[in-house]
Design a binder for this molecule. Structure first.
Ligand SMILES: [Zn+2]
Length: 462
């Protein structure tokens, strides 16, 4: 869909081709697109000269002699083509002007959503559709923008697309502006600050001006004209770049849907308290999850260890009673009888499954609640039972840790536990499946310094 820079490119193209030409005749092949009436339009523009090509937001304006103006919105796929009036008529042609020199200008629209209005010049700016167009970014006051945006209940990206407040951003440049400002596409409008609004205005102006200089983006549905390609698509940092590493932090750009529109963004750079960057660390028992978690904690991540959450749950008498019932234990006096529990879990797959089905959902719920209450914008979950969990659904980046059998056994012994029993808890869990999903796979066999050096290579973990 053409956005402001593309429409400006079309305006400049038309200025070169049709300025000063006199309209001798108009064929309208599809009346519906001329919203002010096709018959009246054909009559009125006959004999008029195109005096000036203007643009307001994404509306093109043909200023005609005789105090008339033709207002054209290309919507999804509208395009203007020139040539000879004798050229065959395309099946997508909506209308065709014949100029007195025998040349033509055709309006084509494969989707047929484009609209054309005939207006009196002196009423142009005082009646719809142009009164419904907001200010262009370079003419937008950040305070006014903030006030208008904060009234909106939906996500920020939807506000950026609202042409009635600030005009000019469509799906492509809205993604670019969000990326440049570091704001999350789903940020709730009422949480915007004046500083956010200033950056939105600044980046919208900068990006749209750069796009105009580059002749717009030539992408899928939009070509101003055959043989005419914009160059802005080469300068896009977010739109169409899903899976590519972010230019700032190297994390792969992700795609989500916002109000039905595909939206590409960097989950690491575009974050806030309500939309944190979520890292999960998974891997078998004693593979070194905590070493990675602690490194991230030292780098500003809020750390939540699911094993710890489970241990806290066992302190709750009601939960402990249920755990005892499942395992056939009676450990009420001094909390959970860990040694006995471990032995049962290592040997009785049925009881292990039953316990997990009970305790894991409680642990996920508590962990996610703890994360929300922390208001952190970077989170790390150490989560041994990751696959299919609600944590998996909210994770942006998965780190898989692995260690040799020897190292795992050594670590378990250091914790005063029986390696054979503890490692039996890894059971038949599909570790390879978890590993295959990981953004980062890291071996923890070396020293801590070694591990830190490896993690430092990932900018977005720092
Ligand atoms: Zn980034």
């Amino acid at each position: 869909m053409p956005e402001l820079p593309e429409v400006e490119t079309v305006r400049r193209m038309l200025e070169n081709e049709v300025l000063g030409k006199r309209i001798e005749h108009v064929d309208v092949f599809r009346d519906k697109n001329v919203v002010t009436g096709a018959e009246e339009f054909k009559e009125a523009v006959k004999g008029k000269r195109i005096e000036k090509m203007g643009r307001v937001g994404k509306f093109l304006i043909f200023h005609l002699s005789g105090g008339l103006a033709l207002v054209s919105h290309l919507r999804m796929e509208g395009k203007y083509y020139d040539g000879s009036y004798e050229d065959p008529v395309s099946k997508h042609e909506i209308l065709r002007f014949r100029f007195e020199d025998g040349s033509r200008l055709s309006y084509l629209d494969t989707r047929k959503f484009g609209v054309i209005y005939l207006k009196k010049e002196d009423e142009l700016m005082s009646a719809p559709p142009l009164t419904e167009v907001g200010t262009e970014p370079w003419a937008t006051d950040p305070e006014a923008l903030l006030k208008a945006y904060r009234r909106k209940k939906g996500p920020l990206k939807e506000a950026l697309l609202d042409q009635g407040i600030m005009c000019g951003l469509g799906n492509i440049y809205a993604d670019e502006v969000l990326y440049a400002t570091g704001l999350h596409p789903l940020k709730r409008c009422p949480t915007l600050t004046l500083d956010d609004a200033k950056r939105i205005v600044e980046e919208s102006s900068r990006i749209l001006k750069m796009a105009i200089e580059n002749g717009g983006s030539t992408i899928r549905s939009y070509h101003p004209k055959e043989g005419m390609d914009g160059r802005m698509q080469n300068a896009l940092k977010a739109y169409g770049m899903v899976g590519h590493p972010c230019e700032r932090c190297s994390f792969p750009l992700a795609k989500i849907r916002v109000g039905g529109r595909g939206t590409t963004y960097c989950p690491h750079c575009q974050r806030d308290e309500e939309h944190p960057f979520v890292v999960s660390v998974t891997g078998p028992i004693a593979s070194g999850k905590s070493s990675v978690g602690r490194y991230l904690e030292a780098n500003g991540f809020r750390r939540i260890d699911l094993d710890e959450v489970v241990r806290e749950l066992y302190q709750d008498p009601a939960i402990l009673e249920e755990v005892d019932r499942i395992l056939g234990l009676s450990s009420k006096e001094n909390g959970l009888d860990r040694k006995a529990a471990l032995e049962i879990l290592a040997n009785d797959q049925k009881k292990k499954s039953e316990l997990e089905a009970y305790i894991h959902p409680l642990a996920y719920e508590k962990a996610i609640e703890e994360a929300a209450n922390s208001h952190a914008d970077k989170l790390v979950y150490e989560v041994p039972f990751y696959l299919g969990s609600p944590i998996e659904e909210i994770t942006n980046c998965l780190i898989y840790v692995e260690a040799s059998q020897e190292n795992k056994e050594k670590r378990i012994l250091e914790r005063g536990k029986n390696p054979e029993e503890a490692l039996a808890l890894n059971g038949s869990y599909p570790w390879l499946e978890a590993k295959a999903k990981a953004n980062v796979v890291i071996s923890t066999n070396g020293s801590i310094d070694d591990l830190v050096a490896k993690l430092k290579a990932y900018q977005y973990l720092g």
